[in-house]
Design a protein around this ligand. Structure first.
Ligand SMILES: CC(=O)SCCNC(=O)CCNC(=O)[C@H](O)C(C)(C)COP(=O)(O)OP(=O)(O)OC[C@H]1O[C@@H](n2cnc3c(N)ncnc32)[C@H](O)[C@@H]1OP(=O)(O)O
Ligand SMILES: O=C([O-])CC(=O)C(=O)O
Length: 371
């Protein structure tokens, strides 16, 4: 038995949800470039959960179900006030809150297909409210109730600020949600599948997935990218900052990928949005700095940007707090986690790989007084 470090190159499951072949990403066979330009996030959610695009009445029904399920139990809101909220990372708060809302769902342990589908809707609906309510409560503001006539992207931005978002912000946010929704067997999705393959419940699977997404080698990279841009501060500083990091063999956040070699197809959409939005906000410097970083890192290391790189300046341009970038990733990716959890339940087998043992051999027990 020989281990593949990080399970590189191991095919661990079959899936009909999304695929990455020759650097092309598809959701259920639809190219991400096509969906990014044409689809609403709700259509993508339906696509991932049903493996087909919705007809208009099916889409309307899903939108209604999401709108009807957005409120969260008062004890979850009260819970945010119980700890030093300004010292807590929103991803940690989200991880706990998702687990907590499971306690208020009477059907949490009901493993029927219908109950699991209802849980999917509840989770997708409530995660937007959790993230926005947390953000407001920590600023001493009251949470804002969703508007049932708004789409998912618009509602998120509305609940965050209490103001009706501009069309351009809704369009950009919707596109970002579409681009982040699913990604084959990435670390957080794999985590979710491993968890529920024990026949544990959906809340456990999603809670585990949030924990995996939080790390800076995965979804947590988008916040780190913004931190780096702020630290660099100006275009003139890019060259020396990045070269020093590369010389010190430090990783540049937002670059590299386990699967893509030539590049992440999502990055170009985010690059385009970053250019447009930073220009509109008079903050072109973040786009210009990003472009310069890209040119150095690709030139020196042949590492293209991943989805996390330009999403940072996009979210910054939408006036979103930097530590909410990864929770927003989760708001989108929960659609993929849930799709994979439903797929895992539908054809389940316990996921239990082996380890290549490299520890000592043939040891004899030594009584404690003789050690
Ligand atoms: C949504 C997402 O999860 S997208 C990924 C988000 N994560 C990041 O942006 C963090 C930065 N990137 C990375 O850490 C990695 O590229 C990962 C985690 C994405 C992929 O990791 P792996 O496939 O395990 O590649 P690994 O970390 O082994 O890197 C291979 C080589 O490329 C180098 N490398 C990889 N990424 C980077 C980077 N961002 N900056 C500099 N060097 C890098 C490594 O140092 C290593 O070099 P070596 O062979 O000389 O030791
Ligand atoms: O697939 C991966 O390893 C990481 C990634 O890009 C994602 O989850 O979107």
């Amino acid at each position: 038995m020989t281990a593949s470090k990080g399970l590189e190159g191991i095919v661990a499951t079959q899936s009909a949800i999304s695929s990455i072949i020759d650097d092309t990403l598809t959701y259920v066979g639809y190219d991400i470039d096509d969906l990014a330009v044409n689809a609403s996030f709700e259509e993508v959610v339906y696509l991932l959960w049903h493996q087909r695009l919705p007809k208009s009445e099916e889409l309307a029904e899903l939108k209604q179900q999401l709108a009807d399920n957005m409120s969260i139990p008062q004890p979850v809101l009260d819970h945010f006030k119980m700890y030093p909220i300004n010292e807590v990372h929103p991803m940690a708060a989200l991880r706990t809150a998702i687990s907590l809302i499971g306690l208020y769902d009477e059907s949490a342990e009901d493993m029927s297909d219908e109950a699991n589908y209802q849980k999917a809707i509840k989770l997708q609906a409530k995660i937007a409210t959790i993230v926005t309510a947390f953000s407001r409560i920590r600023k001493g503001q009251e949470p804002i109730a969703p508007k049932t006539d708004l789409g998912y992207a618009a509602n998120f931005l509305y609940m965050l600020t209490g103001e009706m978002p501009e069309d351009i912000a809704v369009e950009a946010f919707n596109k970002a949600l579409v681009l982040h929704a699913d990604h084959e067997l990435n670390a957080s999705t794999f985590t979710a599948r491993v968890c529920v393959a024990t026949l544990s419940d959906m809340y456990s699977g999603v809670t585990a997935a949030i924990g995996a997404l939080k790390g800076p080698l995965h979804g947590g990279a988008n916040e780190q990218v913004m931190k780096m841009l702020m630290e660099i501060g100006s275009e003139e500083n890019v060259e020396s900052f990045i070269r020093e990091k590369l010389d010190n063999k430090e990783k540049i956040m937002g670059f590299g990928h386990r699967v893509y070699r030539k590049g992440d197809p999502r990055a170009k959409h985010l690059r385009e949005m970053s250019k447009k939005l930073t220009t509109l906000r008079g903050e072109e410097k973040y786009y210009n700095m990003s472009e310069k970083i890209e040119s150095i890192v690709t030139g020196e290391k042949n590492l293209p940007p991943n989805v996390d790189f330009y999403s940072a300046s996009v979210y910054h341009s939408l006036d979103i707090d930097h530590d909410l970038f990864t929770p927003i990733f989760a708001v989108s990716r929960i659609s993929g986690w849930v799709a994979h959890i439903l797929e895992q339940y539908s054809n389940n087998r316990l996921i239990r790989p082996r380890a290549e043992y490299i520890g000592p051999d043939m040891q004899k027990y030594v009584p404690i007084e003789e050690r």
